[in-house]
Design a protein around this ligand. Structure first.
Ligand SMILES: Nc1ncnc2c1ncn2[C@@H]1O[C@H](COP(=O)(O)OP(=O)(O)OP(=O)(O)O)[C@@H](O)[C@H]1O
Length: 331
């Protein structure tokens, strides 16, 4: 497990990370989301101690890495494997040779390294691409090689710094599936840093939002998605808008997590309001075994005062009435 306690990083007078606290258990994926400039890269560098925090600690399996000497740190750093955005593979080395790099640095015998590389290639599903050079691999395959290399020294923590950014949706899904598999099979604690909300929904057990160097909201993904007061939970909901709101309609985002919500709730809500309800988009997401539904509906603006209570009657919640323009709906 990894714990980050009161972590602060300043460059001169500029405080880039301001007193961050979180813990990630073995077998858990913790996502950190945040806009550009929030401090995500700096956090990644402080976690693997490429940058020394100004104050605070990074504790891996009970050992405070920030207290170690440079020499001790070189050994302790093996407990954290890092995967970067572009996987930074050496272009003149094959996939297998790239994965072998950390083993070579460590002075592992040739035979032992070859055995371990074979194991790792199999682990990431690239046995048949062992002798391919990076330019012969797809973006998703290169990231798999990067993941295998990060696992070479059997770390207990995997740090993923924008590892899926820039990948197409299919490659992203395959890398996400691999990381979830590794979480479960190797019981890794994974810190997944990203600016992509969609990926968080696919991968995270817990999530924190970093904004201007501080964690402004955090929690278990399933709790955030079902907490109607959570701004992060709302931002994580997939938005599917298939239709346009009618002129004169207000747009509402409705969420539900209860199996008791009747399947024909739209018809019933319309009947209660005595006016049509248009379904503009809907999705159902299964997070941690819980089905979380999200729908976007349009209802005549003059009925707005009655909408929340009518929805609540059927176990449906809406946090607020949304401006159609912010949701990309033409009102
Ligand atoms: N070496 C440095 N000296 C001074 N300021 C720095 C340094 N490194 C980063 N910063 C500042 O820290 C802030 C956070 O930068 P960081 O790169 O960690 O953000 P980020 O969330 O990773 O952004 P992005 O998603 O755009 O990469 C920025 O305002 C940046 O200018």
């Amino acid at each position: 497990m990894i714990e980050v306690n009161d972590l602060t990083k300043a460059y001169g007078d500029t405080v880039v990370l301001d007193g961050l606290n979180f813990a990630v258990d073995s077998g858990e994926i913790f996502a950190v989301v945040g806009p550009s400039g929030a401090g995500k890269s700096t956090l990644a560098q402080c976690i693997n101690l490429l940058e020394r925090p100004t104050s605070g600690s990074v504790v891996v399996n009970g050992e405070d890495l920030t207290r170690l000497s440079y020499k001790q740190l070189r050994v302790a750093r093996r407990r954290i494997g890092t995967v970067f955005q572009s996987s930074s593979l050496l272009s003149r080395r094959t996939a297998a040779e790239n994965i072998a790099l950390p083993l070579e640095y460590l002075g592992v015998t040739k035979g032992e390294a070859e055995r371990r590389v074979r194991e790792l290639l199999d682990r990431v599903g690239l046995t048949d691409r062992a002798n391919a050079y990076p330019f012969q691999l797809s973006g998703g395959q290169r990231q798999r090689v990067g993941i295998a290399r990060a696992l070479a020294l059997r770390p207990s923590v995997l740090l993923s710094d924008e590892a899926t950014s820039g990948l197409d949706p299919q490659s992203t899904s395959s890398v996400v599936a691999l990381l979830r598999e590794l979480r479960d099979d190797l019981n890794l604690a994974i810190v997944f840093i990203t600016h992509e909300m969609n990926t968080v929904l696919e991968i995270a057990d817990s999530v924190a939002r970093l904004d201007r160097g501080s964690i402004v909201e955090s929690g278990r993904l399933v709790d955030l998605l079902t907490d109607h007061a959570s701004a992060l939970g709302r931002d994580l909901q997939p938005r599917r808008l298939d239709g346009d709101a009618k002129s004169g309609d207000a747009v509402w985002v409705v969420t539900y997590d209860s199996p008791d919500v009747p399947a024909d709730w739209i018809g019933r809500v319309a009947a209660d309001l005595g006016a049509p309800v248009s379904l503009l988009g809907a999705s159902v997401q299964v997070v941690g075994g819980v089905s979380i539904g999200s729908a976007t509906i349009g209802v005549a603006k003059d009925l707005s005062a009655h909408v929340p209570a009518t929805l609540a009657r059927y176990g449906l919640q809406t946090s607020s009435q949304h401006d159609a323009r912010t949701l990309g709906v033409v009102a």
